[in-house]
Design a protein around this ligand. Sequence first.
Ligand SMILES: Cc1cc2nc3c(=O)[nH]c(=O)nc-3n(C[C@H](O)[C@H](O)[C@H](O)COP(=O)(O)OP(=O)(O)OC[C@H]3O[C@@H](n4cnc5c(N)ncnc54)[C@H](O)[C@@H]3O)c2cc1C
Length: 542
Amino acid sequence: MNKDEKTRRIAVVGFGPRGLGALEALADCMADRDLALAVDMYDANAARGAGPNFDPDETPLCLLNIPNRDINIRPPGFSKLGGFTDWSGPDCDPDAFPPRAELGRYLRARSADLLGRDSPEITPVAGEVERITRDGSRWRIETAQGTSAVYDEVLLTLGQPPVSPDDQLAEWRDHAARTTARLAGAYPAKTLIGEAANWTGHTVAIRGIALSFFDVLRALTAAQNGSFEDGCYTPSGQEPARILPFSLDGKPPFPKPATEEIDAWFDPVDAETTAFETAMATASQSDPDTARHLITTALTPVASRILKTQGADPTGVSDWLDTEWSDPGSQETGDTFETLRHGIALAEGTAPLTIGYTLGQIWRKWQNQVRAGYNPATTPPDTAKIIVGFDEGMKRYSYGPPVSAAREMLAVIDAGLIDLDFAAGPDIDLTDEGWTLTSGAGTAEVSVMIDAVLPPPDPASVTAPLIRDLMDRGMLATIDEGLSANTAADGGLIDADGQDQPGLCLLGRLALGSVIAVDSLHDCFGEASRRWACGVCDRLSG
Ligand SMILES: Cc1cc2nc3c(=O)[nH]c(=O)nc-3n(C[C@H](O)[C@H](O)[C@H](O)COP(=O)(O)OP(=O)(O)OC[C@H]3O[C@@H](n4cnc5c(N)ncnc54)[C@H](O)[C@@H]3O)c2cc1C
């Protein structure tokens, strides 16, 4: 057999961080095997390895939600590049949260490193994949650009493809198309910054007070030449006159601990982590009540110990968890301003620890253990729903912003630009010029609405032709209502009849429920990618 006949062909669709992580794992796994692989990386986006969320050309005002000291995505052994902080240089502040664009430049460098290797042979293909069909025992890929090619293996790492808007957003889009009302998206932030230059003196509402909100706030303030210094905001005069953030409950997320020293308060000890690993693995294969009980039982003594050590009341952890399972977020009763101030004080270590904040930090530190227990298991759908729901709810703590972002919000409130009167679930009516927001505090007329809500990863609402087609033909099926695609432990897509489709795999957000804790850079370079890579090597070596 000559080299070309021996070479097996792989397509990876989506060259964001997860496509990069998968390919690095593949290069690593195939190193000690007699395998010749040629990989085509399909993506219309030019930011190789970075994807849209870490686009190197994006504004530096969009920050990563992980401090330098916690970024743990070292390249495989064959790479000479080193980790992100080595690459950033000696001035890298361990407590700082880097711009996502900076991280994107690092991921781009890692991609270039990989593309320079002889094995596997990698070819980037600038194209959008629209259709995947069986071709004998292989897979045919067709693109919107009219190309067609056949592969032994296909991996989909699509991130969050576009979805149809929720009812509220659909109504607003229609409204904005018919009137002078202006509806904008949060990203690309560079585009928003350009648009916001025209909103001086306007009243601008922002839907969503989660992580994207902080990017949007900087686009409306610092990017309009205002400045943050010593906890104060000095306006430039080019900002909107009034900024009205709102969400269903009006609560901002809790910032991460401000320093390494405070962060270390929440470190579980090894024995606690081992017990949690066992509990998580068993919970993932149990009925919902057992799963709840096992996870609660593993978390409770750890939180109690930490609360006690830090001089806070250690009682009531298990009751808190009981309520959190059924009614996430309901135990924090403060309004937007109180929650923001309290979150900053907790992150700075100046307020007595709360049960929620403590559990949230432990949960963050155990994200890898959560994945290790959950991802390889075949979790019963009802159990998957409650565990995924718990993880999503705890994100208000575990995926918190930098404390600097929370302080900036406070500074803009103090400067009189943010008005919180409408923050918690206002009534919203359409007007000829925009929207009217109504709350107990009165009404506000708004001419610009910014959507800062990330849609849920429901494949059924995705509008991209590739996913629509795979769903229509039963090749991609959801696990159950509220959960995403059904995949095996190595990412193999399971069809609507429950059958494996060897060689067709999917990793990432669109498989939420089959896997957990996907919205993190760390997951893109974790064990899920390695399991896929080993599966490919095993199948193609056979
Ligand atoms: C605004 C935002 C901020 C975030 N910030 C953080 C953060 O600070 N820290 C963190 O850990 N995580 C963050 N995340 C989570 C983030 O999604 C992941 O860390 C990471 O970006 C996921 O990478 P991915 O490769 O799965 O998806 P993406 O980066 O979205 O890449 C998917 C790629 O697939 C391509 N693609 C899709 N469909 C097709 C097709 N049909 N044909 C060809 N190509 C296709 C797209 O063009 C894209 O380049 C953030 C997410 C968002 C949305």
